[in-house]
Design a protein around this ligand. Structure first.
Ligand SMILES: [Zn+2]
Length: 89
């Protein structure tokens, strides 16, 4: 497989990088702390490969409005004002 085929596949991972068939099937995935491997098989030529995903970004979806969080923020402010630092036990 040449670099162009690999680049094309990464842009649009919907075809077999060996024979070009669109008849591919994703199998098991193996998550790591910051990456994920997913097995893929071509149902036409039976080549197999791994798609490798890495964590590139994150976004907060929901911040719970817990009163405890406000108490912690207030304590932090008071502590910092007096030159102390809160530590989590
Ligand atoms: Zn194939």
């Amino acid at each position: 497989m040449n670099d162009k085929t690999k680049k094309d596949y990464i842009q649009d991972p919907s075809f077999c990088p060996i024979c070009g068939s669109n008849d591919i099937s994703a199998g098991k995935s193996f998550p790591d702390l910051t990456s994920l491997f997913q097995e893929v098989e071509c149902l036409y030529c039976h080549a197999t490969w791994n798609d490798i995903y890495t964590l590139t970004d994150m976004e907060i979806v929901c911040v719970p409005d817990l009163p405890e969080l406000q108490v912690i923020r207030d304590l932090k402010k008071v502590a910092e004002k007096h030159g102390y630092k809160l530590i989590k036990l």
